[in-house]
Design a protein around this ligand. Sequence first.
Ligand SMILES: [Zn+2]
Length: 200
Amino acid sequence: MTTCVSDAPPPCRSYSGVSFTFVSDHLALDFAATVAWRTTQHKELLAEPEDFAQWAAEARVVDCLEAVSQADLSQAHMLREAIYRLSLAASEGEPADPRDIARIRQAAARPPVRPVLQALGQVERRGGVQEVLATLAATASELLGGPDRLLIRHCAGEPCTRLFIDRSRAGTRRWCSKRSCGSRINAAAYRRRTREDEQA
Ligand SMILES: [Zn+2]
């Protein structure tokens, strides 16, 4: 269980031991990426309530999230999957499921986390699970309801299934992260080329 000392900067964190990355260039897509390798090993990164608390703090949605229940976690999973399906549909030009639209609308109807400026360089974000889910649903609404939905891409670094925003000027970003997926694919291509050269 996380213990929050909410008025002590820097924000407290829960430590579930899971490592999260934020490389999608959008909060909603980073949230969707908390299931890794969806089509192969399907790795759930938010397996425990503490994982969600840690993710929300690391994502800077809220300073600290206390007392997350299993029911809260299930709600977070449902919202996340709706965001993922709709983002994937947007990236592939497929129609959206109206039930997913309704799920996001419902979550976004609640009050979000309200940032309160404390000083230059210091903002306080307090809220509970419902406020965090409302914030995530609101940011997903902005993404999926606006022009940036057309910039959603699927990482080319299989088996990575991460979605990201392609903000490159030429619109040619292929990987969620050059450092992980990009370098892995380039290394594989290099090994393949070297092998072919040796055989030639
Ligand atoms: Zn990737």
